[in-house]
Design a protein around this ligand. Structure first.
Ligand SMILES: Cc1cc2nc3c(=O)[nH]c(=O)nc-3n(C[C@H](O)[C@H](O)[C@H](O)COP(=O)(O)O)c2cc1C
Length: 320
């Protein structure tokens, strides 16, 4: 059974395999999610590039974007072959690209189709198939409509819902605005947990500190953290200590980098550019003396031809 108390949100361009490996070093127990991968990309693209991950990343969930039950079934089989621990369907992303592909948040209009998608995936895998959604979209934002959505999909066998506690406006707001402007309604998510006590309900949106996690956990089964985990990854060290490993010292930021270096060396040997990995670790020293110099040194040097781990070793001296 996956421990869902704390998970790190799927984020395009952020939660790639390098970021997940880095976060896993900091927090051995949180549940990690991939970036959203569309069924089209998986079926027609470079499957290995999209799906390969390091065994150390477990537990890790694959987030899929799509709305064709047959294509999703095919992708679910691939996810099982690669050993993912969960498949999550994106019913929360409001971008235009996603809308025109008829998936993401606009699927909240069609709970029966989402239920078909879930049933189709569940028919070929034994791992949990979960749904990440909003509390509503556009003018479909009443509590009754959300209940109908959850009920319909739960009846198809989904018993885990990750709910971003704000609605999305599909027209008029950009994806970024849709993460900030519609007000957070944690009360709605808490009420869903009360009304569906047998389902696992995970709340997402605006959660940045252990104190905020503490305030949520009595009301829901888990908390999903997005932007703060990316901007301030050391929060995960605090989380690991507080929720999963109450003994021992919190790992220092420097020791996290020391542990990351062997991974970096392997990636560099595989011709991965240093900067494509180090972009994920710029926030590690957030709030510490020298954090700006750490960021600047890496940003100015990691992209240079032949840049290697000496860039990190030098940058670490800025934050001693
Ligand atoms: C850069 C970025 C990319 C995102 N990409 C995805 C995605 O691929 N799939 C998804 O379901 N949500 C995506 N989201 C939304 C997050 O998963 C999360 O729901 C949202 O950021 C709210 O949580 P937070 O306030 O803790 O950041 C993305 C958010 C950001 C900032």
């Amino acid at each position: 059974m996956l421990d869902r108390r704390i998970s790190i949100a799927p984020m395009m361009d952020c939660t790639d395999r390098h970021e997940r490996y880095f976060l896993r070093l900091i927090a051995p127990h949180v549940l990690l999610y991939t970036e959203m991968i569309t069924t089209g990309a998986l079926i027609h693209g470079d499957t290995k590039r999209f799906l390969a991950f390091d065994p150390l990343e477990h537990p890790v969930a694959l987030q899929l974007g799509g709305s064709d039950p047959t294509a999703l079934k095919q992708c679910a089989t691939m996810a099982a072959d690669y050993g993912y621990d969960e498949i999550n369907l994106n019913v929360g992303c409001p971008s235009d690209r996603v809308k025109s592909g008829r998936f993401g948040a606009c699927l909240m209009q069609d709970p029966v189709l989402v239920a078909d998608c879930v049933a189709s995936m569940s028919s070929v895998v034994t791992m949990p198939v979960t749904v990440k959604c909003r509390i509503g979209i556009d003018h479909q934002d009443s509590y009754e409509e959300l209940v109908h959505f959850i009920q319909t999909i739960a009846a198809a066998g989904c018993d885990v819902f990750i709910i971003h506690a704000r609605k999305a406006w599909l027209n008029g707001l950009s994806p970024k605005q849709n993460r900030d402007i519609p007000p957070l309604r944690y009360d709605v998510v808490h009420q869903i947990k009360k009304d569906f006590p047998h389902l696992k309900i995970v709340v997402n949106g605006g959660i940045k500190t252990c104190a905020e996690i503490d305030a949520q956990l009595p009301h829901v089964d888990g908390v999903m953290i997005g932007r703060e985990a990316y901007a301030n990854p050391y929060l995960l060290a605090e989380i690991e200590k507080k929720y999963f490993a109450d003994e021992g010292e919190m790992m220092s930021r420097h020791s996290i980098i020391e542990k990351f270096i062997p991974y970096l060396k392997v990636q560099l040997d595989n011709k991965i550019k240093l900067s494509s990995i180090t972009r994920h670790i710029l926030g590690l020293f957030q709030g510490q003396q020298g954090a700006r110099l750490w960021r600047r040194y890496i940003s100015e040097n990691a992209h240079k031809n032949g840049a290697g781990i000496e860039v990190l070793q030098r940058a670490m001296q800025e934050v001693l």
